[in-house]
Design a protein around this ligand. Sequence first.
Ligand SMILES: C/C(=C\CNc1ncnc2c1ncn2[C@@H]1O[C@H](COP(=O)(O)O)[C@@H](O)[C@H]1O)CO
Length: 247
Amino acid sequence: MTDQTSGAKRPREHHRGPVRLRRAQVESGTTDQRLLDSRGPTDWVHTDPWRVLRIQSEFIEGFGMLAELGPAVSVFGSARTKPDDTMYALAESVGRGLVELGHAVITGGGPGAMEAANKGASKAGGVSVGLGIELPFEQGLNEWVDIGITFRYFFARKTMFVKYSQGYIVMPGGFGTLDELFEAITLAQTQRVTSFPVVLLGTAYWSGLIDWLRETVLADGKIVPADLDRFHLTDDVDEALSHFALR
Ligand SMILES: C/C(=C\CNc1ncnc2c1ncn2[C@@H]1O[C@H](COP(=O)(O)O)[C@@H](O)[C@H]1O)CO
């Protein structure tokens, strides 16, 4: 190639964003062409750098979908709560009550107490959100989820609950529920979240755990007395809801 001003011969040159390539470094063809033509080995889809992109895409999808949700409360509880269980009816009332207060309701999108809270929210005409998790068996989001996202990665999903909720209402549940409860309390204890009410519904179910926290964990100096004030215990839906009144 000849320089128009000096007449000197210029080397072959290619610009790729901020990169400048010359002479033998100039690649033939276009980037699209290389992308579409090459198949090559596929093992890279199982590597950590590729997973990082998938993780990133979950945060992008989650933030993008939930950023404009408005005030919301997450309701947790057992996937195994049956529709004829009193806790199912209670979770449904919680979902409805939160909507009446002006909140969207976020659950794990599964069956049981999650379904009940979504049902209450959706039937009350509110925003019913399910943040599901990919499971080894086919499950899908419960039918009362009106905005649903299914995550591959637990930690990306858990970030969404905390980031987009004003607090948590926790119904009786197993390991999944306990994990969610203790994560919330730990985030408050370590000042990752501020002003984040956590309400436990069901005194008969939770009392044993709270007694153990007081009599063993506190007595042994593993928590301080103020840590026991990080959650509220009640059987009464209205009392549970009173922690989430919007000013
Ligand atoms: C075990 C069964 C279904 C599991 N399906 C779930 N779908 C969505 N979210 C779930 C599921 N299981 C647990 N979670 C999360 O943990 C909490 C409930 O866990 P628990 O151990 O049942 O208490 C819940 O809040 C979800 O966020 C069979 O039906």
